[in-house]
Design a protein around this ligand. Structure first.
Ligand SMILES: NC(=O)c1ccc[n+]([C@@H]2O[C@H](COP(=O)([O-])OP(=O)(O)OC[C@H]3O[C@@H](n4cnc5c(N)ncnc54)[C@H](O)[C@@H]3O)[C@@H](O)[C@H]2O)c1
Length: 261
């Protein structure tokens, strides 16, 4: 008997990294999951792997920055699985640069995908979740960068800080419907966002993702050679998603070693 039997979950950015591991874990716990990503190849692969392990899933290619896409994504869950109980806003991107060199495009992209995209999905879910006794769960993804700030991340830190505030607003507005809204602020997780830029061939919107090799080495030293895997990172999301967490809302859980703020 899984913890999420009978639930329907939408997970954005679930073609890779933390979103993918979360989709897999929630499906293993019995939820029917809608795997979202902008990249069809990875979304389809993620859904295939979930299916192969006995999970119920579909994938939906949608860009969460686009309002109509966000609406279509939530509709797809209801059309295919008959409801929408859990929304995990995991899609995110970095566009790092120091403030004096940050371009308008870099600022806009980080704010759009991380903050506006999260808002778009919550607003699109409103028509399904704002119902008496819904018992819904929204889990947003922030970062310790959004709490402490980080050099070269003015755009990303502002978006991730905004997500913490947005989480609290949703908690206030939707508590009356039994919907909780929490967020997880991760420290470094081993995904393409924290790999050495020099080791990545792929570009997203004309830029390599990741961090300089030197920063990667410093990070691994700081964390004594071990940072979270995407599978590790999925667990706090499951905690917030389960029915037993019905009285926990408006929180930002810091999932990070290395001190706290
Ligand atoms: N990796 C870390 O160290 C770390 C730390 C703190 C927070 N986070 C956050 O965790 C979340 C997941 O990051 P990750 O490290 O797994 O990254 P990732 O790049 O491995 O996965 C993110 C996925 O989101 C998808 N995506 C990007 N823009 C999208 C859009 N507009 N619509 C739909 N999908 C889109 C990408 O295609 C990708 O598959 C992000 O919000 C990120 O900011 C990551």
């Amino acid at each position: 008997m899984g913890r999420l039997n009978g639930k329907v979950a939408v997970i954005t950015g679930a073609g890779r990294g933390i979103g993918k591991a979360t989709a897999y874990l929630l499906a293993k716990e019995g939820a029917a999951v809608v795997v979202n990503d902008t990249d069809e190849t990875v979304a389809a692969k993620s859904a295939k792997e979930i299916e192969a392990s006995g999970g119920k899933t579909i994938y939906c290619v949608a860009d969460i920055v686009n309002t109509k896409d966000a609406d279509r994504l939530m509709d797809s869950a209801v059309e295919k699985f008959g409801g929408l109980n859990i929304l995990v806003n995991c899609a995110g991107i970095t566009r790092d640069a120091p403030i004096h060199k940050m371009t308008d495009q870099q600022w806009d992209m980080a704010i759009d995908v991380n903050l506006k995209g999260t808002f778009n999905c919550i607003r699109a879910a409103a028509k399904y979740m704002r119902k008496q006794g819904h018992n819904g769960r929204i889990i947003n993804i922030s970062s310790i960068s959004g709490i402490r700030g980080a050099a070269t991340q003015a755009n990303y830190a502002s978006a991730k800080g905004g997500i913490i505030s947005l989480t609290k607003v949703v908690a206030h507005e939707w508590e009356q419907f039994g919907v909780t809204c929490n967020c997880v602020a991760y420290g470094p997780v081993d995904t393409r966002l924290t790999r050495a830029r020099e080791d990545q061939d792929e570009e997203v919107a004309g830029e390599k993702l990741g961090i300089p090799l030197k920063t990667r080495k410093e990070m691994m030293e700081r964390y004594a050679g071990r940072i979270m895997s995407p599978e590790d990172a999925a667990y706090p999301i499951l905690f917030f998603a389960q029915d037993e967490s019905w009285y926990i809302t408006g929180n930002c859980l810091q999932a990070a070693l290395g001190g706290f703020s």
